[in-house]
Design a protein around this ligand. Sequence first.
Ligand code: ADP
Ligand code: ADP
Length: 218
Amino acid sequence: MIEVLGLSKHYGGRKAVDDVTFTARPGRVTGFLGPNGAGKSTTLRVLLGLDAPTSGRALVAGRRYRDLAQPLRTVGALLEGAGPVPERRAADHLMWLARSNRIPRRRVREVLDLTGLAEAARRRVKTYSLGMRQRLGIAAALLGEPDVLILDEPVNGLDPDGIRWVRDLLRDHAASGRTVLLSSHFMAETAGIADDVVIVHRGRVVVRGSLAEVTAGH
Ligand code: ADP
Ligand code: ADP
């Protein structure tokens, strides 16, 4: 479960996030959608404890991120611009993440298979296409079998087959009772993946509801 309660983040006079409230529930994919500059990444950064809010709260599994006992095993995240140094080999990167988070080694093989990267696992990340880097980021997010998955622009760089793959993966993940928050400015491509939708614009929530309610002109 993710709970964002009256969250605001101001940069000087700019209200990047302005009194945002929403819940992402277990068993559902929640689409956090809106144009560039709407405040999505800022909200995710506060959720992940990378930034402090100006006011309000952002809770994962009932706690602030930094109060989680085993962050990577509770929350898996894909953030734009994050990822291994290009010289790293994908398998080494995942092995290092597993080791430093006390995740069993066998999970590295599992997430490589799950993301279709097993063949390319020994290659350096700098030889990867954008789509492969996205898959590697998703592999890292899934490594700790987290109850909560937070993905920023996961379909960026993926072709239509890749987008279908992400959709099936996220729906499976949610179907097992987990919480999935999918943030994107690709509204048309991602709205169909979500069960619930939160649309933000200029830091504020403008639409919130199930996909059925929202597309019925709610
Ligand atoms: P989105 O992820 O929806 O594209 P962001 O959360 O990145 O939106 O940005 C929301 C607003 O906050 C934008 O106007 C952006 O310029 C501003 N902003 C984001 N981070 C900073 C920062 N570190 N300093 C100043 N302004 C920022
Ligand atoms: P400090 O370490 O002095 O608390 P921070 O910059 O980490 O300073 O936090 C500033 C304020 O924001 C504090 O009151 C902190 O408890 C609160 N805070 C930080 N992260 C979160 C979060 N993810 N959700 C809610 N409150 C938070």
